[in-house]
Write a protein that binds this ligand. Structure first.
Ligand code: PPS
Length: 569
């Protein structure tokens, strides 16, 4: 181990059973109750088993959990700022007696570890949020995870590792703490400064890491988080391809890239201390800590959750105990007069400073505008342009909703033909009747069946949108909550434009093209929308069209104009 000590001076933990013992436990696990791990739990478990969370040897016991909340320390006084809990549903917890073993499997069913349940308790999640994150505001990603995605019961007990979670992507860039330390020894790296990141690296980041490495006379470890980061972040596949491009600009002998399967909590100062412990376990001697390190963004009042330097201050406060040196992050700016990057505070008039904010950079990508070479490397920009094409190359869904006979299908068809006339895009029409023939033939018109029908349409539309196509949907979709769910699903991968075809019931009934209103009035069809079944009128539709006022052609044209104003065509 090259004389490396893990965090707090101990040995690096390795919780995997070996050889025969592992085989025996694996076959015994066939009889155990199963808990299928969430994405966060897979990350936490991997880092517990391979020693990245040393000195932890298990998910927190209740005593450690309480002590972490109160003092940022384990019950024995060891500095540890972040709770690492295993949460399971009450229904499963009720089936488990203390002393039972459970099998911890990944979502594909692969056995990662087994655990003897020694404790189970009901945590107070509001208190946890307050103590760990200093807030209960759901705008904080750590808090919303706690309230919306955490199960009621926490359990703890001895862990036996069977197999690390498999990673099929970027295998050449993944290392356990022991592997990374061995590598440092092999290369003769005695001082290593780690750079933690969850964003793509542009030239300013490369320059600041070079500066940090020069100032500390240390080798550089680019150590990006690829487990879970802040919702809305650039996906790790794109980021890692960007890092690989940036690495080609750095000297191979002194710089290395390794991926960290950490699930971040966006816990600001507490999280920065946690990152320092983790980096110590990976054999690093220094950690770059930036302004607003692991920051959760703004609260629901638009204010920062933490002060910009709280994280740096807290790491400095515990520097001795952490036994890792904090390197404050320099804000680097481009100085055109010198054709180089310099720390912000070193630039004096008449020299000028250039920078592009994250918001401005995203705008330029969205609108397909130029990004100057001083800001980033052309290969990095090209990579990001592939993932974030300009709006007119992105997929979207146009979702028509309205009563039967309101003219949804007619306007949707007209829109389809106009988009085909424009050319260059792939368009799919998911009309109500067509969907009910091909996707939902077994469904009726109860609320439950209508919701299922709409969610199926939403799923298909979201897949089309994600892959850059255009989906036009035209069901009745009478329930607001279900339409909201579809919007959420689609917006994950592109835009959603809701069109309310608001033609009044009297007009629809008068038209009665399919003769269904007459049947409904006669009681021969039950649960007919508008007659004896509800239609919840959309409140925030992007476009509203009443076909008793305007033709289908004009209606479709209105949608086209809207799409154009949004930049999609
Ligand atoms: S839903 O509520 O969104 O799942 O409905 P949808 O799949 O769009 O179904 C619409 C077509 O089914 C015919 N139909 C009925 N509509 C409403 N209520 C009842 N009970 C009903 N029974 C049959 C009707 O022709 C709808 O087609 P459109 O094109 O809307 O007229």
């Amino acid at each position: 181990m090259g004389g490396f000590k893990a965090a707090h001076g101990g040995e690096l933990k390795d919780l995997y059973l070996k050889g025969e013992e592992s085989e025996q436990e694996k076959s015994a696990a066939g009889e155990y109750k199963v808990w299928t791990l969430t994405t966060r739990q897979v990350c936490d478990l991997e880092m517990l088993l391979n020693g990245a969370f040393s000195p932890l040897e298990r998910f927190n016991s209740q005593a450690d959990y309480e002590s972490i909340l109160e003092n940022m320390r384990l019950a024995d006084g060891t500095l540890w700022p972040m709770p690492i809990s295993l949460d399971i549903p009450k229904s499963l917890a009720d089936e488990i007696t203390l002393g039972d073993h459970i099998a911890l499997r990944d979502p594909e069913g692969v056995l990662i570890a087994t655990m003897e349940i020694e404790e189970k308790w009901l945590p107070d999640r509001a208190r946890e949020a307050q103590m760990v994150f200093g807030t209960q505001d759901l705008a904080h990603p750590g808090v919303s995870y706690l309230f919306d995605h955490t199960n009621e019961v926490y359990v703890s007990g001895e862990l036996n590792g069977i197999a690390p979670p498999d990673h099929y992507d970027f295998r050449h860039l993944r290392h356990t703490p022991a592997e990374l330390r061995d590598y440092f020894v092999k290369l003769g790296w005695r001082r290593v400064v780690a750079f933690q990141t969850r964003n793509p690296m542009h030239r300013a980041h490369v320059e600041l890491t070079r500066l940090a490495s020069a100032q500390t006379e240390a080798n550089l470890l680019i150590h990006p988080v690829v487990g879970q980061t802040k919702p809305g972040d650039v996906d790790h596949f794109t980021r890692v391809r960007c890092y690989e491009h940036a690495m080609k600009r750095s000297p191979e002998q002194t710089t290395m890239l390794s991926l960290l399967p950490l699930a971040m909590r966006m816990g600001g100062p507490r999280e920065a201390v946690w990152h320092a412990i983790i980096r110590k376990n990976y054999g690093c001697t220094h950690l770059i800590v930036g302004r607003d390190h692991a920051g959760p963004g703004k609260d629901s009042q638009g204010e920062d959750f933490y002060g910009p330097y709280d994280a740096q201050e807290m790491v400095t406060q515990f520097e001795d105990e952490l036994d890792i040196t904090m390197v404050p992050f320099h804000q680097m700016v481009y100085v055109p007069e010198r054709a180089q990057y310099l720390p912000d505070e070193q630039v004096k008039a008449p020299d000028t400073k250039l920078n592009i904010s994250g918001t401005e950079f995203r705008r330029r990508l969205r609108e397909g505008l130029d990004v100057e070479e001083w800001f980033s490397y052309p290969e990095v920009i090209a990579e990001l342009r592939k993932t974030f094409p300009p709006r007119d190359k992105q997929g979207f869904t146009v979702f028509f909703t309205g009563l039967s006979g309101s003219g949804k299908s007619t306007v949707a068809n007209a829109l389809l033909l106009k988009l085909m006339e424009l050319g260059g895009r792939r368009v799919t029409l998911l009309d109500g009747d067509v969907v009910r023939t091909h996707l939902s033939s077994e469904l009726g018109f109860s609320k439950e069946h209508r919701d299922l029908n709409i969610l199926r349409i939403g799923y298909v539309a979201s897949e089309i949108t994600k892959h850059g196509g255009i989906a036009i949907c035209a069901p009745i979709a009478p329930y607001a909550e279900t339409r909201r769910k579809v919007r959420e699903l689609v917006e994950f991968g592109g835009a959603f434009v809701e069109v309310h075809v608001s033609t009044p019931l009297e007009v629809c009934e008068q038209r009665d093209r399919k003769g269904l209103y007459a049947l409904a009035r006669a009681g021969k069809i039950k649960q007919f929308t508008g007659i004896d079944d509800p239609y919840e009128v959309p409140k925030n539709a992007e476009v509203t069209i009443d076909t008793s006022d305007i033709s289908a052609d004009l209606g479709a044209h209105r949608v086209l104009v809207k799409l154009e104003s949004m930049g999609f065509i």
